[in-house]
Design a protein around this ligand. Structure first.
Ligand code: SUG
Length: 419
């Protein structure tokens, strides 16, 4: 099979809850301490995958990490029962669902050794995300164990924050051709942390053996981070030769656009002016956290969250865009409200890997029948709701652990990924 884009979605874990853990992520703060609905959340994620499979797109999965993370708590000298309130929610977080933060991926045509390279993200800025990487690394090494086609790297040392593909864009005329990779980093976020450090991005470019002539580094604008764009994929998305971005996404947009026009002669830059859609509306609606995909029949579609349709300035602008003659022809809407309430839209939930699906461990590739089996496990085992105080309940803890085990068994991953 030729190289194609495969979207690996993180299955939303049974411990999904709202703990307000991500400072600078406005949705996470706004929904702090609300009651979450893990079962609905996971079913929404599964429906999004089903929607994309029906479009003819290749789909993969990553499974939830063991939660609570007993090992991490033990390293901190405590346990799930005794942990202070400042630590317990972080140990239970289902944040690995946002697979766009799992790793940075450079497809084979871009790298010196002709393999697809993945570097697991250290996610060191937020404590609840900083302990994801070891288990994510194990999973990546399993899914992409074919050493002829893949190389999975350990994370950049934690001094330099790295949040993975959410701060990385790849441009090309078609997926199988040598691309141009753009790493977006934060310098200052005003009151909020800049989560991607330029030194981490530079290290990844070196690990992956990228061509320096075709690798760009662009700073996020300070206003964007301050307005709640804690990752670049909240204000920009790219696919093949198209960049779809907010006017205020980058610190120096003309420098970036000039470099892109030089390196990708057929690049199409669709910029949404702040006068039409404010940064505030962009971040509230997550219109840029859409999956921008090439449809098998040709043309591109934006797979958007419901919240984009509900934001008048955004929907008016998008409808006018598709009525024009541009590369984006369709607006498709999915319901991922449970994830959105923690600041994760359709694009956050997936990691794009350009590869031949036959070279990936088949247990990580899904079709509709496999999704039916996963949905059955979710209906049977995932908690219906979690309130913050429930994290103290040992029965809930057992239920969460049992739910993950049931899923691993369903996917024949029990032996490899048991906690
Ligand atoms: O890291 N939210 C995630 C959302 C990640 C979105 N990913 C991308 N933009 N690619 C984060 O801020 C909230 C968890 C909580 O508050 O319970 C959280 O981790």
């Amino acid at each position: 099979m030729p190289l194609q884009e495969i979207n690996f979605d993180g299955i939303i874990g049974p411990s999904h809850n709202y703990a307000g853990l991500s400072f600078g992520n406005l949705a996470s703060a706004a929904n702090a301490l609300n009651i979450s609905h893990p079962r609905d959340a996971a079913l929404q994620g599964i429906e999004k995958m089903r929607h994309n499979i029906r479009l003819g797109l290749a789909q993969g999965i990553f499974v939830p990490l063991p939660r609570p993370n007993h090992e991490w708590l033990a390293d901190l000298g405590t346990t799930a029962q005794d942990a202070p309130d400042s630590l317990r929610p972080a140990a239970f977080s289902a944040s690995a669902m946002w697979a766009a933060n799992a790793a940075t991926v450079s497809p084979a045509p871009d790298t010196e050794d002709g393999r697809c390279h993945l570097t697991v993200a250290n996610l060191r800025t937020m404590p609840h995300r900083s302990h994801e990487w070891p288990e994510t690394h194990t999973q990546l090494r399993l899914a992409f164990s074919d050493g002829e086609h893949f190389r999975v790297h350990r994370p950049v040392p934690p001094t330099f924050g790295d949040e993975g593909a959410a701060n990385h864009m790849r441009f090309c005329s078609s997926h199988g051709e040598k691309g141009v990779e753009v790493f977006v980093y934060g310098k200052r976020g005003g009151a909020f942390p800049a989560r991607q450090h330029v030194e981490a991005s530079r290290a990844i470019a070196r690990f992956h053996g990228l061509d320096a002539e075709r690798t760009l580094f662009a700073a996020q604008s300070e206003e964007a981070i301050a307005a709640g764009a804690f990752h670049n994929d909240v204000v920009a998305v790219a696919n093949e030769n198209v960049l779809f971005a907010h006017e205020q996404a980058f610190e120096d947009r003309s420098e970036l656009y000039t470099a892109l026009r030089r390196l990708v002669p057929d690049v199409e830059i669709i910029e949404v002016p702040a006068a039409s859609v404010s940064l505030e509306d962009a971040i509230k609606s997550y219109l840029f956290n859409a999956q921008l995909v090439t449809l098998p029949e040709g043309g591109m579609a934006l797979i958007l969250p419901e919240e984009a349709r509900e934001t008048p300035s955004v929907w008016t602008w998008l409808e006018a865009m598709v009525a024009g003659n541009g590369p984006i022809r369709k607006l498709l809407v999915v319901d991922v409200r449970q994830s959105m309430a923690n600041g994760g839209g359709p694009a956050c939930l997936r990691l794009r890997v350009v590869a031949d699906p036959d070279t990936v461990d088949p247990r990580f590739i899904v079709d509709e029948a496999k999704l039916d089996g996963i949905a059955d496990v979710v209906r049977e085992c995932w908690p219906e709701e979690i309130a913050p105080k429930d994290l103290l309940d040992t029965k809930l803890c057992e239920k969460i652990e049992g739910a993950r085990e049931a899923l691993l068994e369903e996917l024949d991953l029990g032996e490899d990924l048991a906690a």
